[in-house]
Write a protein that binds this ligand. Structure first.
Ligand code: NI
Length: 171
């Protein structure tokens, strides 16, 4: 397995829409394995293919706490099929926007359909952290970042700070 480079804003690949995948080919399974290793190494609780420069609809998630057993989800073509009107607010961060966090309001509960590694369609209903994480990662596949859900003022401030940090790292 390989640890992949995580793309940071303002990399344009983060703003592109990823394409549907036909099924779990060897290539797709390798990408998902590498994405999982990259996520755990970061460390993070979710990663979308856009974030490693791959425009395919693939995400990996593990929202388990340190006391729990790992619960790695590898999803092909994940899609939100229902979401509640009720909203929840949780603090989010993103491996592509390092060192910045913000509260984000999203539907509390979602039902997601996706293809598993056997090419079968599965459904998952989630609430709490897993719900927010699924919505965050599926957003990535549509070129949407968590900062798009917060005030423009706060978004612009975060983008400015990350760009400044990147410039300083280059010196
Ligand atoms: Ni993210």
């Amino acid at each position: 397995m390989t640890i992949l480079d995580i793309r940071l804003i303002p990399d344009p690949v983060l703003r592109k829409k990823a394409e549907k995948v036909e099924g779990p080919s060897d290539e797709i399974i390798t990408i998902l394995d590498d994405m999982a290793e990259t996520m755990y190494n970061a460390p993070g609780i979710g990663l979308a293919a856009n974030q490693v420069g791959v425009l395919k609809r693939l995400i990996v998630i593990d929202c388990s706490t340190e006391e729990e057993e790992p619960n790695l989800l590898k999803m092909i073509n994940p899609e939100i099929i229902t979401s509640t009107n009720e909203k929840s607010e949780l603090e989010e961060g993103c491996l592509s926007i390092p060192e910045h966090k913000s509260n984000v309001v999203r539907p509390s509960k979602v039902e997601v359909s996706y293809m598993n590694l056997n090419g079968e369609t599965e459904k998952l209903t989630a609430e709490g952290l897993l719900s927010a994480c699924l919505q965050h990662e599926i957003d990535h596949l549509n070129g949407i970042l968590f900062i798009d859900h917060i005030s423009r003022l706060k978004r612009d401030m975060i983008i400015r700070k990350v760009k400044k940090q990147l410039r300083e790292n280059e010196k």
